[in-house]
Design a protein. Sequence first.
Length: 325
Amino acid sequence: MKLFLFLIFTTCTLTLLPVLNGGSPMQRRNAISQGRSKEIICLYFLEGKQLNAHKSRLYSGLQIRFLDAPVITLHPESAIRCEGTSVQLRVTATGQNIQYQWQKNGADLPGATQNLLTLINLKFSQSGEYVCKVFNADGTVYSNPATLEVVNPFVITAQPQTLTLQYGQTAQFSVETSENVESYQWYKGVTPMSDGGNISGAQNQTLTVSSVSQVDQGKYFCKIIGPCNQEFSDDAFLSIISATDELNRELNTWFPNPANNKITFDNPTAKILSVSIYDIQGNEIYLKHDPHRNLLDISGLKPGFYTLFTTTDHYLSAQKLLIIR
């Protein structure tokens, strides 16, 4: 059985008149003719072609119009914005003579009667749930709710720490922030890291480097992105020593210091295995040293402060170096 539905509007009643499939045109006409003096509004029908074919006979003398209630085709999207910035919420709909009314937390917003709602110089008090009421003479629909969150820029509350570990141990670098962080990205040197091998958490708050070895030595830092700002953590250095090595941060083995163009390693009992030098921004600089004379040419470096890591067969030293000219 298929069913045609007709709405007959009066000032006080709403009547549904079923018309059974298979009935004669005269039966259909007689059923509808009960409301001959009223306006018949066709809300929905199942067999449009058949209905149109008999329209002139079935509805002779009756006024028929089709309801055209709004249909929302695009809903507003939730957003996170910083205090003092702006946001736009948009809704689109189809239908005739459409009107709009934006609401916040269920209450109408005065003057917000367009499909595009623009809020400028945002304040925390404007956080909430926004809905758009879309209506015309034939009906009313409401958009999906969009949540607006007005936030502060985040700040870094804890920085990653420099580590000195033995071969095979696990290194963890962590950064902590106040709030409102969207993403983390850890770097080794200047290269963004990704998970795999002995690396995990490259896009998380805590980076883990398991079973460390010499190739894991270097500078680590984190790039943090929020809706309001982007920040970089302090640099943290990972140094790897063997079980018999020791770290001496006070052992100054390169002279002179302050220096000008060249410095000399002055410890005849130790053999240099590697040398790394970092500028004040934490960028690693590769310099070639003369293993026979234990000489390091620094003439290509700009004046300023540097950190010199020296790994020998007995110890690892971290030395501050000042270049002046």
